[in-house]
Design a protein around this ligand. Structure first.
Ligand SMILES: [Zn+2]
Ligand SMILES: [Zn+2]
Length: 245
């Protein structure tokens, strides 16, 4: 008994790569900072940010916004910290950098996550049970701006973050640890798409057409709780299952 327990803990210890998890965290923070700086060197995008900030200011002054945002941020922080410390070190490695593997694994993680998010969003968040009332908090924003990405009931934040991070963990259990770059790329795409789709962007010309399309699609979803566009990464599943609005 003692032996098998010692064996078990030594296997765990051998597969726990805290350095790789730290590299993932540092990579996400640094690249996100640099990306934000570079993106807002573009005058049109700076103008859009200013417009969002003006609307956000009005919303922040409403009594209901700050407590929901604070609670959501705290739960998101705790969920992320737990994952980065206790689970991610078993799921990432710094060995064997291979660009093709990194690209394919990133697509795999994002598409599997988006499928399960699509199902949860469509049938659970918009179903007939108690989760609908929780999701309705986020749907109060009929004309979302930047801040509404964070105006989410803390329980929904917990579910959303767990679904994404859990996808990485479950897939890693099948395929073996992912390269740190895979975790960095997927996390940045997940994080930024969930923010971008809430911002108000009105630039329907080249090269901003796709950006405007992404925001328009999620804004349609916010018009009322009967609209489609449930997926967050590509809307591919909305196309396949006929819920694209
Ligand atoms: Zn919804
Ligand atoms: Zn939304």
């Amino acid at each position: 008994m003692m032996n098998s327990f010692t064996e078990f803990t030594s296997i765990l210890a051998a597969n726990y790569n805290l350095l790789a998890a730290f590299v993932v965290l540092a990579g996400i923070v640094v690249i996100n900072r640099i990306g934000n700086f570079l993106v807002f060197l573009v005058p049109e995008l700076r103008r859009m940010r200013e417009e969002n900030r003006q609307e956000d200011g009005k919303k922040k002054a409403l009594e209901k916004y700050p407590p929901v945002m604070r609670a959501s941020r705290n739960i998101g922080g705790i969920t992320n910290a737990t994952f980065f410390l206790l689970i991610l070190p078993f799921c990432v490695t710094l060995e064997n950098v291979n660009i093709v593997d990194i690209a394919l694994n990133s697509i795999l993680i994002l598409m599997v996550y988006d499928f399960f998010y699509y199902l949860s969003h469509r049938f659970w968040f918009h179903g007939n049970g108690w989760m609908r009332r929780i999701h309705a908090v986020h749907h109060q924003a009929r004309h979302p701006t930047y801040i509404d990405a964070y105006y989410v009931h803390p329980f929904e934040t917990f579910i959303g973050v767990t679904l994404f991070l859990g996808t990485i963990a479950v897939l890693a259990a099948f395929t073996g640890p992912f390269h740190a770059w895979t975790a960095i790329i997927t996390y940045l795409v997940f994080l930024n798409l969930n923010i971008i789709n809430h911002t108000s962007v009105n630039l329907p010309h080249f090269p901003f057409r796709t950006l405007s399309w992404i925001t328009k699609k999620h804004h349609i979803h916010h018009e009322n709780m009967h609209k489609g566009n449930y997926a967050t990464i590509t809307l591919l599943y909305d196309r396949i299952f006929g819920t694209l609005d």
